[in-house]
Ligand binder design. Structure first.
Ligand SMILES: [Ca+2]
Ligand SMILES: [Ca+2]
Length: 360
């Protein structure tokens, strides 16, 4: 049976406090140097030994417990065998080994003549929650958790905040529907999104759908902004704009494709006829492909004095302004407004899904 054996070694107190030899040596087992104290945690496996592996040294000790002490003090030592019984002189054989039962699993066997000491398994306790896998690091007596897809945190104890965080904590997570909680435990409740785990080099893209993605006709609304389309986001548990806004807040990048096709229907020229509304309910006067500093401009006008294709106000043919909105502080879009569509004038709006990725 395995019993926890804590091995504490006081080095000779006359050693200089900052002995460079001790500090620099790379130990096989976990050794931490605190002042003059060095220790490692061993588990005693009675009546077992690790045979036919590389021995660093064999010698006799007065007490069995001196053997793991010696292992702690030998940089190449991972584990040790000690004789179960003394020899005629009352001493016990001690073998310092260059490997351990985790690395040489098949060499670890019952043996009534020996006890074996090795470092404990850092994953022996239930370390990782929500079916996460514990990944042991025997050399440093440390572990990490590979989370079951959807979970995050050091111990996989909570929902992922975004698809990027989920992907970072479980690299094999497939694309699909996931429950996320952008603001972590407490605050807003978690909700469902689609995670594209392939796009953008597999960073994990959080995708939020809404009810206004179809290309939609605007006709018969002459007053500026008199056409009103509220955008409702779709996902189990989605209940408020503030809740959804957590996605852009904790993401590095967001994009929201927006397009307006126009036949004699103005967007921004003079007093704006059309605009979109930010998550904070603010009227936004820049279009997809332009930046917030491009006041009353579309992608085509961002680098020129021109503004938007639709601002040419050409009633005899169709034109369009389109591009991605990328200022995550304004996203998602919650409303679309248009006007100047009467007597042969018209427009079509198209709004893509909200896509966010990376971790802020
Ligand atoms: Ca929450
Ligand atoms: Ca017009």
């Amino acid at each position: 049976m395995a019993a926890l054996f804590t091995c504490t070694l006081f080095l000779v107190t006359s050693l200089p406090k900052a002995s460079p030899v001790l500090v620099e040596q790379k130990s096989a087992v976990s050794r931490q140097y605190k002042e003059f104290l060095s220790y490692a945690k061993f588990i005693k496996h009675s009546n077992h030994s690790l045979r036919a592996v590389e021995k660093i040294a064999s010698f006799f000790v007065e007490k069995q417990s001196e053997c793991p002490f010696s292992c702690v003090n030998e940089p190449r030592c991972y584990s040790c065998n000690t004789a179960s019984y003394p020899d005629l002189a009352g001493s016990y054989l001690c073998e310092l080994l260059a490997t351990d039962k985790y690395r040489a699993e098949t060499k670890f066997q019952p043996n009534s003549s020996f006890h074996h000491y090795s470092l404990g398994d850092p994953c022996q306790e239930e370390r990782c929650g929500n079916n996460g896998d514990c990944i042991p690091d025997f050399e440093n007596y440390f572990y990490s958790c590979d989370c079951h897809p959807g979970f995050a945190g050091k111990h996989c104890e909570r929902r992922g905040k975004t698809c990027s965080e989920i992907k970072s904590r479980s690299t094999q997570a497939p694309s699909g529907s996931y429950v996320i909680d952008p603001d972590g435990d407490g605050g807003y409740s978690s909700f469902s999104v689609y995670c594209d785990m392939i796009d953008n080099n597999g960073v994990g893209v959080t995708i939020l759908s809404h009810d206004s993605e179809d290309r939609t006709l605007v006709d018969g609304f002459e007053e500026k902004g008199s056409y009103v389309r509220n955008v409702y986001y779709i996902g189990a548990g989605v209940s408020s704009v503030a809740q959804m806004s957590g996605i852009p807040m904790v993401s590095a990048y967001c994009e929201h494709f927006i397009k307006y096709e126009c036949k004699g229907s103005l967007l921004f020229r003079s007093a704006p006829a059309g605009w979109w509304v930010s998550r904070d309910s603010v009227q936004m006067l820049y279009w997809g492909g332009a930046s917030p500093d491009d006041f009353q401009k579309c992608a085509c006008g961002a680098a020129t004095p021109n503004t938007c294709n639709c601002d040419a106000n050409i009633g005899s043919s169709w034109h369009e302004d389109s591009g991605k909105l990328t200022d995550k502080n304004h996203l998602p879009v919650i409303q679309l407004r248009f006007g100047d569509t009467e007597s042969g004038e018209a427009g079509y709006h198209t709004l893509g899904k909200l896509r966010c990725y990376g971790m802020a």
